[in-house]
Design a protein around this ligand. Structure first.
Ligand code: PLP
Length: 352
């Protein structure tokens, strides 16, 4: 058992279904003990709106990211923020569709693109830029793909599903080269699993950059739905105009849990180390099964089934394991979330 989580805190849902969840890059150890306490202790104030809690969380996040309160916007998961950004780049001042035929957005392929349906629905053309052969985002090619009609360029750093990371200096240089008329959206959902510093400190210099962050991954609050944007005040004001319940689409309990989580450095550093350890084990076992693995900076692993001869997905299903899917047909690449050590041992046993 993990030193972080007493077994009796594992939800009845999880024990009842008896499934091993290795599909959605959640934190298997979370929420943090302080966040759990915050949920329980504050359940009885759920009858009130408690708007002030948002103010407190924004202030804590501004301090953590070395920006001002005016640079932060809260959302129900980072998905809500991504959706607001999609609307912001596609709609005019009166929220009317303003997209013309050649308007487009640039995204690496494969990358995290569930949220781009809003951009597609609002009429932007998707311009997919292939990764390098070692599965990294090709910043040079991304830059070359941006033209006068590019409303948005999206960089997931580290990238989902590949787990690769862009060098920080290269990213800063990339941002500098992109025209002020194009929004650069940097998704740092998995940056907490690395030692790289956030780009949040440059939002006041670079007024076309939006950083999106989430409590769903390292902080173990995926079901609590809490994420946020960091950007220049003008952009935050524009996003605010599109969010009817500004900063309060997130429940007060989730916000209090987030406030508590930010104080739990021990939990974060423990999860970081546990993830590193279990990741190392899983990669070495996958390699023994002839699966090429991409070096991971995250809580998931991208690997190829090209030289694997059994029916991988059937074996997962037979063993009650929720795994991933195929991303790049040709190379049979797939992704697996890093769970706890005992879960990954069961995973390896299942596919051996
Ligand atoms: N961004 C990335 C890169 C993700 O992988 C995910 C979820 O898997 C999200 C954003 C959305 O997360 P949430 O809405 O839970 O914050």
């Amino acid at each position: 058992a993990s030193p972080l989580v007493s077994e009796n805190l594992i939800t009845s849902f999880e024990t009842d279904t008896n499934l091993i969840f290795l599909r959605s890059n959640e934190n298997p150890y979370g929420p943090s003990p302080l966040a759990r306490k915050a949920f329980v202790d504050n359940a009885n104030i759920s009858n009130r709106y408690n708007w002030d809690v948002a103010t407190q969380l924004i202030s804590d996040l501004a301090k953590k990211n070395s920006v001002k309160d005016e640079n932060i916007l809260l959302g129900a998961g980072s998905t809500e923020i991504l959706d607001l950004v999609a609307k912001f780049v596609s709609l005019g001042k009166g929220h009317e569709p303003k997209v013309t035929g050649s308007a487009n957005y640039v995204i690496a392929d494969p990358s995290y693109d569930y949220w781009t349906v809003t951009l597609d629905n609002l009429g932007l053309t998707k311009n997919k830029v292939p990764l390098t052969t070692d599965k990294k985002i090709n910043l040079q090619a991304m830059q070359e793909a941006v033209n006068n009609d590019t409303k948005l360029v999206y960089i997931c750093n580290p990238n989902n599903p590949t787990g690769t990371i862009c060098e920080r200096e290269a990213l800063v240089e990339f941002v500098t080269k992109i025209s002020q008329n194009t929004i650069v959206l940097i998704d740092e959902a998995y940056l907490d699993f690395t030692k790289q510093q956030s780009l949040s400190n440059i939002v006041n210099d670079k007024k076309n950059i939006i950083i999106v962050k989430t409590f769903s991954k390292m902080y173990g609050l995926a079901g609590a739905r809490i994420g946020y944007a960091i950007a220049d005040k003008t952009i935050i004001d524009n996003l605010t105009n599109l969010q009817s319940n500004t900063n309060n689409s997130v429940s007060v309990l989730s916000k209090l849990a987030a406030i508590a989580s930010l104080k739990d450095d021990k939990f974060v550093s423990n999860c970081y180390l546990l993830n590193e350890n279990v990741r190392q084990y899983t990669i070495s076992e996958l390699k023994k099964l002839n699966c090429e693995c991409i070096s991971s900076n995250t809580n998931f692993i991208y690997f190829s089934l090209s030289n694997y001869n059994k029916d991988y997905f059937k074996l997962l299903e037979n063993n009650n394991i929720e795994g991933g899917r195929i991303y790049e047909e040709q190379g049979k690449w797939t992704r697996i979330t890093i769970g706890k050590m005992d879960e990954m041992k069961k995973f390896i046993q299942a596919i051996q």
